[in-house]
Design a protein around this ligand. Sequence first.
Ligand code: SAM
Length: 337
Amino acid sequence: MSCLNSNPGRNLTDPRSSVGPVGGSFIARQPAMKSFGNDPPYRQVASIDEVFERQHDGPAAGQSDGRIFEFGAFSEGKVSLVGAGPGDPELLTLKAHRLIREADAIVYDYLVRPAIFKAARPNAERIFVGKKGGGFCCPQRDIEGTLIRLAREGKKVVRLKGGDPFIFGRGGEEAEALAAAGIPFEIVPGVTSALAAAAYAGVPLTHREHASAVVFLTGHEDPNKPDAAIHWEDYGCLGATLCVYMGMKNLETITRRLQAGGLPPETPAAVIQSATTNEHRQLVSTVDRIALESEHAGFGAPAIVVIGAVAALSGKLAWFESAVATGAGELASRPSL
Ligand SMILES: C[S@@+](CC[C@H](N)C(=O)[O-])C[C@H]1O[C@@H](n2cnc3c(N)ncnc32)[C@H](O)[C@@H]1O
């Protein structure tokens, strides 16, 4: 599947194409039956560079001449930034399900599981803009440009993101771009993967006897970067349950720095991979061993790391992993993932 081109057969440089990205920017073209006459039935309303500048207080690197046009027979669409949850389609909200059913276009990330699309209309446009395995597919500003373009074509657009759009999902930036471009939008929260992974692994993130606070952190950033946003040592003495997203690559450094900040090495820690799906796996260990053990056991993204006393409760509360192993219980009746 190609990025930003839901119709691989379409010639993106052909002026008869309806709409398409050209040279990394977006140009809305006239429909095939209308000619480029003296009085074109469209007008330019903003360039994606202008929208980007308004949003980020400065010009984009590598300015393009991409323009966004508004057609004469224009009827305004809307963008719904929708959380698809962690994978299990039954964790979609009713509102997300309705919006997917009604959408003209669905712009989605790679963590959105195929079963989620069962609700979509067969002729709904599907545009993949995902990242996979840390690789980068679509520049963020192109994604924002696509949302703006589709809405200006009068479409009901669902921007579907894994988990919740506002938790490490860049939903904030997309909402800002839509606001700057004057596009109507709404935000539909989803079940974020830390909550889902913990629930399906039998780890209560708070517990009267063990933890009164929860922190969501991204482990994506290189922890050794001098200007890194997260000072991991500070979280080693917080006494909260730590939920680390995107932390597998840097887990050894993260756990070492937490211990340097005062976190006892015997603190329980869990890694939960592909939570809520048929590939769900989990491993419980201690903070001084979790990086090594999860590496040896072949754990990798997408995974959530939960660090704190509550992780040990998985020993008696785990309920989902065995259902995955046997294909029984809750899994037997669920739509396939
Ligand atoms: C870019 S972040 C997106 C987070 C998403 N917006 C959310 O609210 O869950 C991607 C990371 O979310 C976590 N993640 C997403 N789905 C997951 C799942 N089913 N199981 C475990 N972790 C998951 C992993 O840490 C993954 O690297």
